[in-house]
Design a protein around this ligand. Structure first.
Ligand code: FES
Length: 124
């Protein structure tokens, strides 16, 4: 399987790994196709994602897509962050092998869940 240089870079040197303590939003997802798991935590200040971290137990593509989404959405408003699609993630990684495209769902879904969690907490 051939990964782009960008995928390999994010796999070997993942950005924003970890978990934000007392996060404003948390998103947990699992991929039913392979059993891989991902958690994204966000910190939100003035409607902007001021910090974001991820923990991924999964394949190289899952780790690279998690790392890339953290870079893409940090500093964006909640509304703009929600506009980031799995296709945006894949494009910024220089593509993924077709058999690995499903892995990009995890990152997009985990971010959406973290934002949903943030919004639910706001409305409590
Ligand atoms: Fe499980 Fe990639 S094979 S997310």
């Amino acid at each position: 399987m051939v990964y782009s240089d960008t995928v390999m870079d994010h796999f070997k040197n993942p950005r924003n790994v970890g978990e934000i303590k007392d996060a404003d939003g948390t998103g947990n997802v699992g991929n039913p196709m392979c059993g891989d798991m991902m958690t994204i935590t966000i910190e939100v200040k003035d409607n902007v994602i001021s910090d974001i971290k991820f923990k991924t137990f999964g394949c190289a593509a899952a780790i690279a897509t998690s790392s890339m989404i953290t870079e893409l959405v940090k500093g964006l408003t909640i509304e703009d962050a929600l506009k980031i699609t799995k296709d945006d993630i894949v494009e910024n990684l220089g593509g993924l092998p077709p058999i690995k495209l499903h892995c990009s769902n995890l990152a997009a879904d985990a971010l959406k869940k973290a934002i949903d969690d943030y919004r639910e907490k706001l409305n409590k």
